[in-house]
Design a binder for this molecule. Sequence first.
Ligand code: GTP
Ligand code: MG
Length: 465
Amino acid sequence: MSKVRVYQLAKELGMSSKELINKLAELDITVTNHMSALEEETADILKELYEVKREDTNEKTENKKKTNKKGSKNKKTKEASKIEEKEHDQEAIMIPETIVVQEFANKIGKSVSEIITKLIGLGVFASANQNIDYDVAASIALDFGMAVQKEEEKEEDEFGIEEIPDRPEDLKERPPVITVMGHVDHGKTSLLDAIRNTNVTSREAGGITQHIGASEVEVNGKRIVFLDTPGHEAFTSMRARGASITDIAILVVAADDGVMPQTKEAISHAKAAGVPIIVALNKIDRPNANPDRVKQELSENGVLIEEWGGDTICVPVSALKGEGIDNLLEMILLVAEMQELKANPNKLASGTVIEAKLDKSRGPVATILVQNGTLKVGDSIVAGAVYGRIRAMVNDKGNNIKKAGPATAVEILGLSDVPEAGDRFNAVKEDKLARQIVEKRRAKIREESLNATAKVSLEDLFKHI
Ligand code: GTP
Ligand code: MG
């Protein structure tokens, strides 16, 4: 009997692979990922099931499916309503720890008197301007058949930066951030050149990448952000940083060279960061390319590719000849789709400093990845122990831009000093706040280094007693 891949079926059903996997789980069918194979019979049942679901919501087609499969129809309808319930769950109303009656009424679309009546029923006497607790509000909302969720309290870090958790309804799809990793000279930059149609490799000093380069491409109308990393052994921390801010790691392995020390290191960084790996088996054009040997070596290092019964996608490519690139991009989008990546573009930006330097003519320059929110020219920001006001932003194509949304890598100008690569950055409401936060952070750093020195001298002292 033939089999159907999860992602193929998801496509047919007009849903994401992740949605389908969740729905399969509700039916007690466990699959590992989007590439898992389903029996054709199971796929047929699912197709019918979702036909039925559509029918339930569209009475016009009611007669079409009333066939002899009565028993199964009942079961399916139950499953379908379970699924609907779950979908309803996802639109839960967010309620804080305490809420004013009037505000609560507005939130759930009921009149104040309706709420007060319910409150009296619960033995709570409150007027329109008084506060009620979450538990009380939640039980009233549930009484009205609404789903509720407790709004997490605003958190402030010790330096006063508010990290407000995003409400599900504020989240929008965002592009994936992909880090290209692997051993020196295995073809990471060449692969990105092939993807972007550029030629960065030939411009690099000694053909060696010495920094994390960020670039963007558009595939089938979808933006993908790539971070190149150096393969040279000296750049371990850059690779670790690359892995920690990425959604997917592309592990480039030269088919004529196999798994090498920095390949192993990249595997462990990706695993430590919990990031899925896609293997790009490069240089397949080389006469001495030996893909099977590489696959064997990968399995010995904990990366089991699909062909070998594992979950890791492996795409043979030749960056030099441009072969297999479309397939690789397709797989990237597929894995990204599974992750349902989201961010809130309508708030102050936050993210990570990828690299930073002091430019003779432009002053401190940092390449940052905006991970959430939108960064705008004129915004006040704090990056580690450095503050500033964004004077200009330059994108990967060298163009000046005014704003950068989630999953955008940009070069920023206007910082007071050079931040550390790997530092978190946050846009804040005003310059004054940025300066205050940085002063506190600097004071803390000073205090820590003084303590460290004091400790060392005391230890030294005891050594001599
Ligand atoms: P580092 O950044 O220094 O770690 O190297 P890298 O992994 O970015 O490798 P790079 O792209 O600089 O390529 C190294 C060499 O391999 C260059 O001479 C490329 O032309 C060559 N190369 C890259 N991809 C291919 C390929 O698919 N086939 C062949 N034959 N050569 C390739
Ligand atoms: Mg390179």
